[in-house]
Design a protein around this ligand. Structure first.
Ligand code: GRF
Length: 201
């Protein structure tokens, strides 16, 4: 797993582990609170600072650490670096991210501010395969939340985060159990699955 911050999604993934096992948590930020959550759960951690390195050199270090640990999937959870094309290609179909909007709407940053400014009635979270274009990969699972008239970016972020904590373990479980695959640029679900997990709930 790759993180940069508090690691609340990491915590929910730790608690729901079973169909998958978290073997390594890497942060580019030394003091990231998520590292303590990983250590408390007995998971190996590593800090790979990005400062003073080219994107390719930094990503090369991440890649080497992940491969040395025997990682099969790479899970981004609040990882605040854009990954190079080479890294994304190297982990194609095995690299996922969670984004706090109903993709393809509101890619990028300042999501909650923009959702409120646009007076949207609904927002939510999406787990998606990572492709080279930022926040543009095929969606594996989504969950929605209402946007209230008196929401601030913080109250909306809190409501979205609460659904992220259920959504991410579900989506990772699907991937770890081969119930979803990236095929020809699409998220393809195992037809023996009951229902379509990407549908909003
Ligand atoms: C989450 O809102 C996630 O959607 C976004 O970054 C935030 C990470 O939070 N990509 P945390 O570090 O998992 O608490």
């Amino acid at each position: 797993m790759l993180i940069s911050g508090r690691g609340s999604n990491l915590q929910s993934l730790i608690e729901a582990a079973g169909s998958y096992r978290i073997i390594l948590v890497i942060s580019n930020i030394e003091g990231a609170a998520g590292l303590d959550k990983a250590r408390a759960a007995g998971i190996a951690t590593q800090v790979v600072p990005h400062a003073g390195k080219t994107r390719e050199a930094f990503d090369g270090e991440l890649d080497a650490a992940l491969r040395a640990a025997g990682a099969e999937l790479v899970v981004l959870a609040g990882f605040m670096r854009i990954l190079s094309d080479g890294f994304v290609r190297g982990w194609e179909g095995r690299l996922i991210n969670i984004h706090p909007s109903l993709l393809p709407a509101y890619r990028g940053t300042r999501v909650h501010e923009r959702v409120i400014e646009a007076k949207e009635a609904l927002s939510g979270a999406s787990v998606h395969f990572v492709v080279q274009e930022l926040d543009a990969g095929p969606v594996i699972a989504q969950a929605n939340v209402p946007v209230h008239a008196d929401d601030t970016p913080q109250t909306l972020a809190d409501r979205v985060l609460a659904v992220e904590h259920k959504l991410y373990p579900e989506a990772l479980t699907l991937l770890a159990c081969d119930k979803v695959k990236l095929q020809n640029g699409l998220a393809v679900f195992d037809s023996t699955n009951n229902g379509h997990p990407a549908a909003n709930r």
